[in-house]
Design a protein around this ligand. Structure first.
Ligand code: NDP
Length: 503
């Protein structure tokens, strides 16, 4: 027998007698304000949109699990990593960065790669990208950088001058620019890309020994990318192609998976290392720090409701569990503040109570109370302060991370631009890329950079030349720039180059 049909109600639970016709004064007369059913319906509709994320607005997500495959207890006390075979529920969200909520999935952009692990010691969030490096290394530059990827204040159009002006004035971006303009900047789907922590994090064990680590999620579907032409076609024909691909593959039971690895550095090695361990514009070459297997992530369950579970999902690189902590990376330090802050703005101060964000395996025992939309029992009648002598939750000194030695003069220390900033972009171009990859890279850069003013083209091409002379020569040729001029600029310091191309 079919279930008895539910009666439609208003938001306050009152049965609705008619959901098609407003109450009017006579068949042709005006609508009456006393039609509270209509008012209830319209008022809620008027408030259906919440602010979209200022970055990573367009995304798709799914639930699944993480399983430990290799013993890493020597390096971390995190309980979800405490034994081979141990499984933890996860929720992952993938996204583009600069585009709005309705933008095309195939846009050239880094892809967000965020995973929430619902562990028994609270939620641990991995908030990475599909690229191992980033454009800038100090959070102070982040709002400026993002403005250049968004729309021009006057025209409301994407603007190549803004885009390349900032990058050419920010030489540490050269490595990420090279990754972004390779075909990795247009992944074929969210399933066909890797995820990288980018930042260096700290892992520490039960004895208080610690290590610096970088985390890698490697796709088991294989890397697949789009050419510029394919990406442009998909933007028109199926702008949601990556969202569709993730949802449909999981619906059909073809569940995507990633192997998870860690690079591990002894703290004593950070000081003398040839690259700054805490600079997110650099990788640790695999030859120096090989990938060590940790586990495997499988996504096997689609969300039941996109808004509730994907749009309202909120990640923060500051959601740690004992055994994992921050590093002095300047960009990470800014993100530790900014992620929680933007969610408080977007979703409200109690966003952590929403089911997708709440710690599922541990529960929350804090003295935080009240705030808008406090929809749980708000601690009931239990103590709302600490210390108390009424049995409220108490801090556990055993959860403390090990002490880390930091010292120095408090000042705005300028990060000196050196030629080290060009080394890894050059390695990528020369050593990692195939001839076809290099053709595509230059072919992707030229039509984009061509839209910027000539002096900006020259300044940026000098940076490509500094990474690799062949790279710079090919971009200069594609743009029709004088190679002599590019070489002259490349030989200068960044300060001289900026002065010489000031316009
Ligand atoms: P390896 O040869 O050991 O590793 C090269 C890495 O580059 C592989 O992980 C590969 O990923 C990745 N890769 C291949 N094509 C591209 C591309 N178009 N854009 C970005 N990454 C790509 O070299 P090293 O570790 O010595 O590093 C050399 C360069 O490789 C670095 O300067 C960096 O640019 C890049 N790289 C290094 C990573 C690292 O953590 N060491 C991570 C990613 C890139 P895959 O395995 O999926 O094919």
């Amino acid at each position: 027998m079919a279930d008895k049909k539910k009666t439609l109600t208003t938001s306050s639970g009152m049965p609705v007698d008619d959901d098609q016709n407003s109450v009017t004064a006579g068949p042709k007369g005006p609508t009456l304000v006393q039609d509270v059913t209509l008012l209830d319906k319209l008022a809620h509709f008027d408030r259906e949109r919440i602010p979209e994320r200022v970055v990573h607005a367009k995304g798709a997500g799914a639930f699944g699990y993480f399983e430990v495959t290799d013993d890493v207890t020597r390096y971390t006390r995190a309980r979800f990593l405490s034994g081979v075979g141990k499984r933890t529920e996860v929720f992952a969200r993938f996204s583009t960065v600069g585009g709005e909520k309705g933008s095309a999935d195939s846009e050239r952009d880094p892809r967000g790669f965020a995973v929430k692990f619902y562990t028994e010691e609270g939620n641990y969030d991995f908030v990475g990208n599909n690229t191992p490096v980033f454009f800038i290394r100090d959070a102070m530059k982040f709002p400026d950088f993002i403005h250049t990827q968004k729309r021009h204040p006057a025209s409301n159009l994407k603007n190549p001058d803004m885009f390349w002006d900032f990058l050419s004035l920010t030489p540490e971006s050269i490595h990420q620019v090279t990754v972004l303009f390779s075909d990795r900047g247009t992944p074929a789907s969210y399933r066909n890309m890797n995820g990288y922590s980018g930042h260096t994090f700290m892992w520490y064990n039960a004895k208080g020994d610690y290590w610096w680590v970088k985390i890698h999620f490697k796709t088991e579907q294989g890397i697949r990318t789009l050419t510029r032409g394919e990406a442009a076609r998909l933007a028109g024909e199926d702008p949601d192609h990556a969202t569709r691909d993730l949802y449909e593959s999981i619906r059909k039971g073809d569940c995507p998976s990633w192997k998870v690895y860690v690079q591990i550095m002894k703290p004593g090695e950070a000081e003398g290392y040839r690259f700054d361990t805490f600079d997110i514009t650099k990788v640790w070459p695999h030859g120096d720090y090989p990938l060590q297997p940790v586990g495997r992530m499988v996504l096997d369950r689609n969300p039941e409701n996109y808004f509730a579970e994907v749009e309202q999902a909120a990640f923060s690189p500051g959601n740690f569990v004992p055994g994992i902590g921050p590093s002095p990376d300047r960009l990470l330090q800014g993100r530790l503040f900014s992620y929680h802050d933007t969610h408080r703005h977007r979703l409200g101060p109690n966003y952590h109570l929403l089911p997708v964000n709440a710690p599922k395996a541990s529960g929350e025992n804090s003295y935080q109370r009240d705030g808008s939309m406090r929809f749980d029992t708000n601690g009931g009648g239990a103590p709302s302060y600490w210390p108390n002598s009424f049995g409220g939750p108490a801090p556990d000194p055993a959860a403390a991370p090990p002490p880390v030695d930091v010292s120095g003069m408090a000042a705005r220390h300028v990060y000196q631009h050196t030629d080290v900033d060009f080394v890894q972009a050059g390695e990528l171009f020369r050593k990692v890329m195939s001839d076809e990859d290099r053709d595509h890279l230059v072919g992707n850069i030229v039509p984009h950079l061509k839209g910027a003013q000539k002096r900006i083209q020259l300044r940026q091409t000098a940076l490509f030349y500094k990474a690799d002379t062949g790279y710079g020569e090919r971009v200069a040729k594609g743009l029709g720039l004088s190679l002599e001029e590019v070489k002259r600029l490349a030989a200068m310091s960044q300060e001289e180059r900026v002065k010489s191309t000031a316009g």
